[in-house]
Design a protein around this ligand. Structure first.
Ligand code: ACM
Ligand code: ZN
Length: 488
């Protein structure tokens, strides 16, 4: 029988429960207070029918999900069995970037359906970028009207399109996604990424950059020098306004405030940023970014929310330990490990192998399956305990449509789900592979386009070809020109 993720304890018993094909067996649900409230559940199947127990609705929901998977395995019968199950990690996340390319509400819901089946419980929604800001805004309306449309797209040989590209979600659409997720016990965590990756914000409000120059949204992928000016008090005003509006839409415990890839060239040359550095008694621009993150994290705390930031925000060495969870994405992990070893929370989404926008030839299904987020070099036992979970992002510079997104994520997200629920690989890779085959067929029935088995783990020479091919595909004349521009 194929279950994904594997339950902690599964005991098959002698006998089968029969019921008419196409119908449900008799199912009793019971709240059992002695079970942990942390998503655990029990299932008993015997001659009396199916009994699902959970401490609360959430536990019952996960029991029902497992029953759903069992039902997919059998027709008109279920084996007598006992299951006890609980997750290893409280945070089991997937991330979608709807900025580089925009995905409709229906496409997002289909991705949620796919992830929900495997017990993911956090949907990190990446909504602001250099190439597009994707939320309807009232307080700063130009973020939407100007910031959501780029003049063209130059993401690689297959996409050099000189027509404007845009899209945003209305508040009603986002609330609908939140409701859809709530019904599946998935928390939607919005991301407003700053101070870097803010070209869309600056294109709408140029006065918030260090130079005040009017710039256009970016049309290629990359890391860009124009970032929000931290020495300008108006910048914090905009950040707080965006957070306020996002918080009205997303009632999540966590709020992601970005903080990755923010070159300090502009800050180092800006009188306002230099004055701010001095006024706060700081010494480096990385510390100034840490100061910004701390300010915003304490604003979020007053609103009852917890901040998540990308690991580069640790570079200044001055993050508050109070209300901040670090999302570790870079392969260089020394500061993230140190943070975790100090007993501070970390979400692991290490580039290699969890970035599923990269080809299977680079991050194979087996590599994803084998990654153990608590067995990272340098982690102490306290550090390992501080890893609160995992997350796998799909960035979309080179993912233009739903079919490609589904192909890149599935079945790799099944491997991530297995680790998220069980910590590591409980039954071994060969057994997982069979489950992956089984559920790829199920996913196809749900309108997904998972990668065929032949692509999951390719031979070494094909790995090299795919890796080289991936990088040469997006090195276009525009990107080379941009790269060598002075003061990039
Ligand atoms: C990231 O990939 N820049 C978080
Ligand atoms: Zn500045």
């Amino acid at each position: 029988m194929y279950l994904c993720p594997q339950p902690k304890i599964l005991e098959l018993k002698k006998g089968m429960l029969n019921f008419p094909v196409g119908e449900m067996p008799k199912v009793e649900k019971k709240k059992t207070p002695e079970l942990s409230e942390k998503e655990s559940y029990r299932i008993n199947i015997d001659e009396n029918g199916v009994l699902i127990e959970g401490a609360d609705e959430k536990g019952l929901y996960y029991g029902e999900l497992t029953l759903k998977q069992l039902m997919l395995n059998y027709r008109g019968c279920l084996p007598y069995l006992y299951i006890y199950d609980e997750p290893e990690f409280a945070y089991r996340g997937f991330m979608i970037d709807s900025c580089r390319h925009f995905f409709s509400v229906d496409e997002i819901k289909k991705m949620i359906d796919g992830a929900a089946l495997f017990k993911f419980n956090k949907f990190h929604f990446h909504l602001s970028e250099d190439q597009g800001f994707r939320v309807e805004m009232e307080s700063y309306p130009l973020l939407t009207s100007v910031g959501s449309v780029r003049p063209s797209s130059n993401f690689g040989k297959g996409e050099n399109d000189n027509t404007p590209y845009g899209g945003y979600y209305t508040k009603e659409e986002l609330k609908d996604i939140v409701k859809y997720c709530r019904e599946r016990y998935i928390e939607v965590i919005p991301e407003f990424d700053f101070p870097g990756h803010t070209t869309a914000v600056i294109s709408a409000y140029p006065e918030l950059s260090c130079t005040g120059e009017k710039i256009e949204l970016k049309t290629t992928g990359g890391v860009f020098k124009d970032i929000l000016c931290v020495g300008n008090p108006e910048t914090l005003k905009l950040i707080y306004a965006v957070i306020d509006e996002f918080c009205e839409i997303f009632p999540s415990k966590y709020f992601h405030i970005g903080g990755d890839e923010a070159p300090k060239t502009c800050w180092l040359n800006c009188p306002k940023c230099k004055a701010k550095l001095e006024a706060e008694g700081l010494h480096t621009m990385d510390e100034l970014q840490g100061w910004l993150v701390n300010e915003v994290a304490s604003y979020l705390k007053k609103k009852g929310r917890k901040a998540i930031c990308w690991n580069e925000s640790l570079n200044g060495g001055n993050l508050d330990k109070d209300n901040i969870t670090v999302a570790q994405w870079t392969n260089k992990m020394d500061k993230g490990v140190e943070w975790a070893n100090g007993g501070n929370p970390v979400i692991m989404e290490k580039f290699t192998p969890y970035y599923v926008d990269y080809p299977y030839g680079m991050h194979s299904l087996k590599d994803v399956y084998m990654f153990n987020p608590r067995k990272v070099r340098g982690l102490t036992s306290l550090g390992a305990a501080s890893v609160k979970g995992i997350e796998s992002p799909i960035w979309t510079e080179y993912v233009r449509d739903f079919e490609k997104m589904s192909y890149m994520c599935f079945p790799r997200w099944l491997a991530v789900a297995e680790t998220g629920w069980n910590g590591a690989n409980p039954k071994g890779y060969q057994s997982f592979l069979k489950s992956a085959e089984f559920y790829c067929d199920i996913l196809k029935g749900l309108g997904h386009t998972p990668a065929p088995k032949s692509d999951w783990n390719v031979a070494p020479h094909t790995r090299l070809n795919e890796t080289v091919g991936f990088f040469t595909n997006f090195v276009t004349p525009t990107l080379i020109k941009d790269f060598f521009k002075k003061d990039k």
